[in-house]
Design a protein around this ligand. Structure first.
Ligand code: DAH
Length: 330
């Protein structure tokens, strides 16, 4: 298969030269190239499982192959229609070669979870409708702290209780720590909600939370794991940096940037992280002298935008078929 990818021009030549004059020719073309067992689907499924560096290398070739096949079928169909408008072949497969594919946000979420899964992180979930305790108080946001305004929250007006749509996945930390016994090592992917809407903000977006609590966990463990993740996700040689930051639920806190050479060697932020604040451990009934942990939270849209060069967050939700096509698998 690799051989085919490396010599894609010869294959494209064969496709271009292939004469389709009749239905029989077309069926033969489909058998060889576009049909279920034809070359194109085989190449696509082989490509899907390549390492990301190889995907980058062979992506353009695969696209050219796909375009060549589609172009051939399109020309034939047009030609057919011109020649004989009354012709109708009920067995003719659909003109459009339009396989569906997984949404980019799901691809990214699955890939991040798989990377952490391999190193022992489990997957947890929490509710999208939370209360102030889990979303803020237990995470050490003081009652009158401006941080509560920082995140423009959708409050739900239900008498007697202050429900809200969770503004981040961090409340899952509290739910898991309260309901089990350490050590904890998990990722919690899910939807989060904030009153915000422009090219880089959506009122609904996705985050992946990570938590690791055990004895003697240190900041260097956090650094090592996130560096490992960045290289696995963005490819070998990826450079990251930790920038001091503030979150009420971690101390010390940091934000992590990736050095992005395609965008003029800029550092772009991918996540927030830090050592779990001792108050958060206490709020979950854990003794901070005995247990320590680190946590991190990343935006799935942000990771996808960087990885696929997408510059408008709204594209993820508009159901533009070009965006949803199998090409986004690459
Ligand atoms: N919850 C933060 C946010 O939505 C992200 C975050 C920062 C999560 C640091 C963490 C963390 O677990 O340690 O902006």
């Amino acid at each position: 298969m690799k051989n085919i990818l490396e010599n894609i021009d010869d294959v494209i030549d064969d496709i271009k030269k292939f004469e389709i004059q009749s239905i029989t020719d077309k069926l033969e073309f489909q058998r060889k190239f576009s049909g279920k067992e034809g070359l194109l689907p085989q190449v696509l499924s082989y490509f899907k499982n390549l390492e990301s560096s190889e995907k980058r290398k062979f992506g353009p070739q695969v696209n050219r192959l796909k375009n060549a096949v589609e172009e051939k079928i399109r020309t034939f169909n047009k030609h057919l229609i011109k020649e004989d408008v009354s012709y109708f072949d009920p067995t003719r497969p659909l003109d459009l070669f339009f396989p569906g594919s997984c949404h980019v946000l799901n691809l990214v979420t699955e890939e991040v979870c798989a990377i952490f899964n391999e190193i022992g992180f489990e997957i947890e979930e929490g509710p999208e409708v939370e209360d102030e305790f889990y979303n803020f108080s237990a995470l050490n946001f003081p009652e009158d702290h401006p941080a509560r305004d920082m995140q423009d929250t959708f409050f739900l007006d239900v008498t007697g209780k202050s429900w809200l749509l969770r503004t981040h996945t961090s409340p899952v930390q509290i739910r898991v720590m309260q309901s089990g016994k350490p050590p904890f090592r998990f990722l919690a992917p899910g939807k989060v909600f904030r009153c915000d809407h422009d090219a880089t903000h959506s009122p609904v977006f996705h985050q992946i939370e990570g938590l690791f609590v055990d004895k003697n966990v240190r900041f260097s463990d956090l650094k090592g794991i996130l560096e490992y993740f960045a290289v696995r996700f963005f490819g070998p040689g990826t450079q990251i940096r930790f920038r001091p930051s503030f979150f009420p639920f971690t101390e010390p806190s940091a934000e992590v940037d990736v050095l992005w050479s395609q965008y003029g060697n800029r550092w772009l932020e991918i996540l927030g992280c830090g050592m779990v604040h001792r108050k958060v451990l206490e709020n979950c009934g854990l003794d901070p002298e005995e247990w320590r942990g680190f946590a991190f939270g990343m935006g799935v849209e942000r990771l996808a935008m960087l990885r696929y060069g997408i510059d408008d967050i709204r594209l993820f939700y508009e159901n533009d078929l070009r965006f949803l096509s199998a090409e986004m698998d690459h």
